[in-house]
Design a protein. Sequence first.
Length: 104
Amino acid sequence: MIERVEEIKNDSARPIHVHLEPWGFVCALSPTKTLRVVARSSTEGSLEVVREGEVVIVYAWPGATAQAFEGSALVQDCGIPVPDVPKGLSIRGFLGLMFGSGKG
């Protein structure tokens, strides 16, 4: 089993919003708090993190499931594996294509 961990720290004085994609989960992260995202899959992949001001988007890879923790508390369990996307596209690229963000 492959496991990837990403810690999202809020070093600002205001809450930030962390999105877990493609599940559509959004978490408001208070100042000084850390959200730990743990993704697991039987296939190789990595988490892609995009920071845009007060928004952080964490994209998983096809086949992965994810959990989000604040401290030791589970705040979200994304237990449905990410579906496959067309060859050559990442989840970020696929969602951009589907929803018109033009990013990829």
